[in-house]
Design a protein around this ligand. Structure first.
Ligand SMILES: O=P(O)(O)OC[C@H]1O[C@](O)(COP(=O)(O)O)[C@@H](O)[C@@H]1O
Ligand SMILES: [Mg+2]
Ligand SMILES: [Mg+2]
Length: 331
């Protein structure tokens, strides 16, 4: 047994897939812990469908997860590292995966992860994945950090397991608590400031202005560049994450992929009372246009996510004004 699933009421097919994911997760954690001993897991090996460079570990993780799901209930396997959906045979489930998230952190020994999303299989690959995130049977991630953990929702709260290195199995710990209503931490790659749309700049300007600005209090910023690690922090202590679309070529819809990054994270966050949007509209009810579609992504404490949306409703002169001339959000 790779993970404790008692009392969760999962179908035998879904439970089996979770066992396989957990077993590979434990294997990947071990491979990561030995980076540099026999091979360099951050070595460049090619380019994926999204045009991103692939590191050795991206390909190793994809191969391990795909192989482990052969002969399971997964009929369709959709991966960041595969151009097209891979048909694995007859089955009732469809699984989308970012086998290795946060690849830029492999060589610096910072937390990285795996993100997965499971749907009931539909007639074909497109029907199975190009659908609303609300239809997910499961959405979750594995985080390879100082502690390896698996966090997943089956639509009834968010469950949390940690990898017990003595037994090589994921042991269930306390469920994730509802997100705090409001907190003072935000995450965004601030080096892209000049490329952002005006409402995002205005929102961040007002946070950066701190106690002297319209918000009247100080905020703290974090940017790990691993979506899984940012999600784990937000699930543990709140905050808000933003990866907006911006003016750079190829970043019109941000960087993150709808199907295997944003939808599962949105599923988790909303299960603990948080919000997840593209800046304005809910992620979970939006329809991705294609497998590797990108979407702007804002998630975290519901009040913060709603505030980001409210900045998009401000008149243009308000978002382009300096914070000390912006009246509407003065608290
Ligand atoms: O380098 P940037 O532009 O800040 O982007 C960081 C984002 O890119 C990602 O690494 C994309 O995921 P991959 O590593 O799976 O391509 C996210 O985990 C992270 O939030
Ligand atoms: Mg990723
Ligand atoms: Mg990836």
């Amino acid at each position: 047994m790779a993970i404790e699933l008692e009392d969760l009421g999962l179908s035998p097919e879904l439970a089996d897939v979770m066992q396989r994911l957990a077993a590979v997760g434990a294997q990947v954690a071990r491979i990561i812990s030995r980076n540099g001993v026999e091979r360099d897991l951050a070595a460049g090996v090619g380019t994926n469908a999204g045009g991103d460079g692939q590191k050795a570990l991206d390909v190793i993780a994809d191969d391990l997860f795909r192989t482990a799901l052969e002969d399971s209930a997964v009929a369709y396997y959709a991966s960041e590292e595969q151009d097209e959906v891979v048909s694995l045979g007859a089955g009732t489930l469809a699984l989308a995966i970012d086998p290795l998230d946060g690849s830029s952190n492999i060589d610096v020994n910072v937390s990285i992860g795996t993100i997965f999303s499971i749907f009931p299989a539909a007639e074909g690959p497109d029907e199975s994945f190009l659908r609303q995130g609300t239809e997910q049977l499961a959405g979750g991630y594995i985080i390879y950090g100082p502690q390896c953990a698996l966090v997943c929702s089956f639509g009834r709260g968010v469950q949390h397991w940690v990898l017990d290195l003595d037994t090589n199995s994921f042991r269930r710990v306390a469920d994730i608590k509802p997100l705090p209503q409001d907190t003072s931490e935000y995450a965004i790659n601030a080096s892209n400031y000049r490329h952002w749309p005006a409402p995002i700049r205005a929102f961040v300007d007002d946070l950066v202005a701190g106690a002297e600005g319209p918000r009247g209090r100080n905020f703290n910023m974090r940017w790990i560049a691993s979506l899984v690690a940012e999600t784990h922090r937000i699930l543990m202590r709140g905050g808000v994450f933003l990866y907006p679309g911006d003016e750079r070529k190829g970043y019109e819809h941000g960087r993150l992929r709808h199907v295997y990054e944003c939808a599962p994270i949105a599923f988790l966050i909303t299960q603990v009372g948080g919000g997840a949007t593209d800046g304005c509209e809910e992620i979970l009810t939006a329809l991705p246009g294609k497998l590797h579609a990108r979407t702007p992504f804002v998630f975290g404490c519901a009040a913060k996510v709603a505030r980001v949306a409210a900045y998009h409703d401000l008149p243009g002169e308000e978002t382009s004004a300096l914070f000390n001339n912006r009246g509407l959000f003065r608290s």
